[in-house]
Design a protein around this ligand. Structure first.
Ligand code: BG6
Length: 475
């Protein structure tokens, strides 16, 4: 749809950027932090681990000064559960709470809104040893952890996110990693974990509303749109299958408290349906998110399944690279879009489409909590980092957000991934995302100096003008 004029970004639009605890903090064994599944993970030998990461734990004040210079109105970060409860439950580690209190206070000092994710992939290992999310006890542990955070920070933090990308955890567990020597869980156990996460999330949202009625809380899922490869009706069904299983079914539960009919039939037919105890659906249904957070990177193209193993692509899949599933869908190439160096489809228009669909379906305000391009940025001898591809990527996506706003979609914040360079989930440090370059290599951590990339200066201009400058190629 074309319009005569595009709507401007709302005047209080939250211009931000994101990180997550284990990918940015380092200090993985300091100040009483317990081990998480990430600390115990088997990761590829040629990629950096997470022990130092970007050393944000020690350098957060310097980083926040830079965020202020960048003009950020909000900073989305996650709290490491294991800094608060080293064993996942039981004794509280006051030093962990103090650390996040200092970080939050520092943000507030600079007028930057803290947006806190409760849990971003880093389950305490002590809980994993008891069966992880497969064990119902983790529900109570998560609620208790959230209670401590709401109690301590509920007056300072206005926006909370429950679980980062529950759909990635369930559908692409290999991308997040498995504990050393561990095996990837079966579908039955993954959907049981999923169910427990949903109960935990519902309880935490309800608790948040009780304890901090003035704040807002919502789920953060990895959302995208699936295109059908041709106008063949069976391709349309396959695209709908996978869009529902991968995305809508998670949001339907988080927002409406109901198992999506298609997901349920898919699970039941394969014997993968979770055990649901009395009171579970009620707990899920009492959650009522105030907004929806979406992480958007790319779209995928889908055709009808042939029904045999050839549907599964031989490449390594991850959060954005679809693999195919016999009887459900096949992944296809899209000739109309480019890809990043890491094979992720670049599709800004897909963001507009996804925003339209999410808003139409749930009618809740949307915060975009991740969007960005991973690239092997280079630090030049003159101290510059020329990441024009990042500027092009974010510029094109922002333009589509403006189209979505003009379509009538309520988008109130944009938090690109990432505020500064962080360790990728499974592809090391060379795959950089930040506006701020961190001077370290894959294994040589060098001086970890912070260097502003070209995209830093560009995003600064966008924020300063509330999206008026920097969105057209020539300004
Ligand atoms: C999202 C995750 O799926 O994608 C982030 O929430 C992650 O944790 C981001 O870093 C980019 O993915 P990757 O695998 O390139 O680090």
């Amino acid at each position: 749809m074309l319009y005569n004029e595009l709507k401007p970004f709302p005047k209080d639009f939250l211009w931000g950027a994101s990180t997550s605890a284990y990918q940015v903090e380092g200090a993985s064994e300091e100040d009483g932090k317990g081990k998480s599944v990430i600390d115990m993970m088997d990761h590829p030998e040629d990629t950096a681990g997470f022990t130092v990461a970007s050393d944000h734990y020690h350098r957060f004040k310097e980083d926040i000064r830079l965020f202020h210079e960048l003009g950020l109105k909000g900073y989305r970060f996650s709290i490491a559960w294991t800094r608060i409860f080293p064993e996942g439950t039981g004794e509280i580690n006051e030093k962990g709470l103090q650390h996040y209190e200092e970080l939050i206070d520092e943000l507030i000092k600079y007028g930057i809104e803290p947006i806190v994710t409760l849990y971003h992939f880093d389950l305490p290992y002590a809980l994993e040893e008891k069966g992880g999310w497969g064990n119902r006890e983790v529900i109570d542990a998560f609620v208790e952890y959230a209670r401590i955070l709401f109690n301590r920070f509920g007056k300072k933090v206005n926006y909370w996110l429950t679980i980062n990308e529950q759909n990635t955890l369930i559908l692409h567990p290999g991308a997040v990693g498995v504990p050393k020597g561990g095996k990837l869980p079966t579908k039955t156990s993954l959907y049981q974990q999923n169910h427990h996460m949903l109960v935990a999330q519902g309880k935490v949202m309800e608790l948040c509303h009780e304890m901090c009625p003035h704040v807002q809380i919502g789920p953060a899922l990895n959302m995208t749109s699936m295109y059908q490869a041709t106008s063949k009706p069976e391709d349309a069904i396959a695209a709908h299958n996978w869009e529902t299983i991968r995305g809508w079914s998670f949001l339907d539960l988080a927002v409406h408290g109901k198992y999506n009919n298609l997901l349920w039939s898919y699970l039941e037919n394969r014997g993968w349906q979770p055990e649901i105890l009395e009171g579970d659906l009620e707990a899920i249904g009492k959650g009522h998110p105030d907004f929806i957070a979406i992480n958007y990177y790319s779209t995928a193209t889908i055709s009808e399944s042939t029904g045999d193993a050839s549907d599964v692509s031989p490449r390594a899949g991850d959060q954005q690279i679809m693999l195919g599933e016999p009887g459900v869908y096949r992944a296809e190439e899209n000739p109309y879009v480019d890809k990043t160096k890491y094979g992720w489809v670049i599709d800004p228009v897909g963001l507009r489409l996804t925003l339209r669909k999410v808003y139409e379906r749930y009618n809740l305000p949307i915060m975009i909590t991740e969007n960005g391009i991973g690239a092997p940025d280079v630090l030049n001898d003159d101290g510059s980092v020329r990441d024009d591809y990042r500027i092009d990527f974010i510029q094109a996506h922002l333009k589509q957000i403006q189209w979505a706003l003009t379509d009538g979609v309520e988008v109130f914040g944009y938090f690109p991934w990432a505020a500064l360079d962080v360790v990728s989930t499974h592809q090391g440090y060379a795959k950089r995302y930040g506006f701020i370059y961190v001077n370290r290599g894959e294994f040589d951590v060098k001086d970890l100096k912070r260097i502003k990339k070209d995209s830093f200066y560009w995003y600064q201009k966008v924020i300063e003008s509330n999206g008026k400058d920097g969105l057209d190629k020539n300004n």
